[in-house]
Design a protein around this ligand. Structure first.
Ligand code: ZN
Ligand code: ZN
Ligand code: ZN
Length: 381
């Protein structure tokens, strides 16, 4: 992915240090994966068993240090956007003892969710009085509020996903397998800005009633509702869209269920307003579905955050009382699932309270959709 300017990463590290301090933590331990990309602009060519860990101290916002295998130290210095010290360790050394020099025994640290157990346990053994908590639990909102330059990448990824949808609905559905349409979706995502395809769900007829059905050899027929949910990463940032189409003329019931989901999705988007919390989005979307008598058939949360990954905090779910703040980007994706028959889901990613996001209108709405493909039921052949 194209790196941002070095000051962007320095500012992110400063913010992490401040959030850690506010939460009574001594620091944040960042290992390879989206967190390291976020805070250092560096993604190792291959993730190995050797410890790579950026240490951001709560008391030293400008003094982050990266513990790095000696043989990768050069790659990191060249590959990273810069501004951090490196502390190399050599094969044969105890890497956890090296890292421990930057930490305090008795300290409390947040560590990347994806850190290997090998290293978490190694750090714990080396510093028996220190404690370590997953970032998702200790500092869930570390990457949640997107800066305008990040929201612009998400908008570009969303535009790519919209282009994919526009092309796929012009292709034939009847007579092809779910798997064939899924293969097309993956190719189209790559053709429209995406360097990584994360998922291409194609769920025809009764398979649409299973929200996570994987594309199969099921042949799509005239009369099927088809749920398509796809996305991936474009220049490092995620897309995620769902539309439900119908092969041939839909029945009145199919139209009605689709209309309910469409109204629920709109209600979820409209629930983003000053003072709203994540669970308000879920409650608004779910309320529409409950009022229509399908409450029992909406069997998942309403949405999830998106950024350097396609699923991350915050979650739009009952009990999530986190306030929605400017720049948060998340999906709104209610659905109705009728077992043995069909399902409908509609999903867009939105940016909350956008401020000067290139490529996003400053419409008079609190939440702006980053995918705008038509929401009316699409009829395909
Ligand atoms: Zn039908
Ligand atoms: Zn999705
Ligand atoms: Zn989603």
């Amino acid at each position: 992915m194209t790196p941002f300017a070095p000051h962007v990463y320095a500012e992110r590290r400063r913010r992490a240090a401040a959030q850690a301090a506010e939460s009574g933590l001594d620091g944040v331990l960042v290992t390879p994966g989206p967190d390291l990309t976020y805070f250092l602009g560096y993604t190792p060519a291959a993730e190995t068993e050797r410890l790579t860990m950026l240490v951001i101290g709560a008391d030293d916002p400008d003094g982050a240090t990266a513990v790095v295998p000696l043989l990768e130290a050069h790659d990191m210095v060249v590959g990273a956007v810069g501004g951090v010290e490196t502390l190399p360790w050599s094969d044969g050394e105890d890497e956890h003892a090296v890292a421990a020099r930057l930490l305090r025994d008795g300290g409390r640290y947040a560590i990347s969710d994806a850190a290997w157990a090998l290293h978490v346990l190694g750090m714990q053994r080396t510093l028996p009085s220190a404690s370590f908590a997953a970032v998702t639990h200790a500092l869930p909102l570390l990457r949640a509020a997107k800066a305008p330059e990040e929201a612009a990448r998400l908008a570009a990824a969303g535009a790519g996903a919209d282009a994919v949808l526009a092309e796929i609905v012009r292709r034939p559905f009847a007579g092809r397998r779910e798997r064939d349409v899924a293969t097309d979706l993956a190719e189209l995502l790559r053709a429209h800005r995406h360097e990584q395809v994360d998922f291409t769900l194609v769920c025809a007829g009764e398979n649409g009633a299973d929200p996570h059905h994987e594309p199969s050899d099921r042949v799509i027929r005239e009369g099927d509702m088809v749920v398509m949910d796809f996305g991936g990463l474009a220049d490092g940032y995620g897309s995620d869209i769902t539309r439900t189409v119908h092969v041939g003329e839909p029945t009145a019931e199919e139209r009605e269920v689709h209309d309910v989901v469409r109204a629920a999705q709109q209600a979820g988007v409209d629930a983003v307003r000053p003072g709203a919390t994540c669970e308000d989005v879920d409650r608004a979307a779910r309320g529409v579905i409950e009022d229509a008598g399908y409450g029992e058939r909406f069997i998942h949360r309403t949405g999830h955050g998106i950024g350097l990954t396609t699923h991350e905090p915050p979650y739009m779910v009952a009990g999530e009382t986190t306030p929605i703040t400017p720049g948060m980007c998340f999906s709104v994706e209610p659905g109705i699932y009728l077992p043995g028959r069909f399902g409908v889901r509609i999903e867009d990613v939105v940016v909350a309270f956008p401020q000067d996001v290139p490529g996003v209108d400053d419409a008079p709405h609190a939440a702006v959709r980053l995918t705008t493909s038509q929401h009316e039921l699409l009829v395909v052949e």
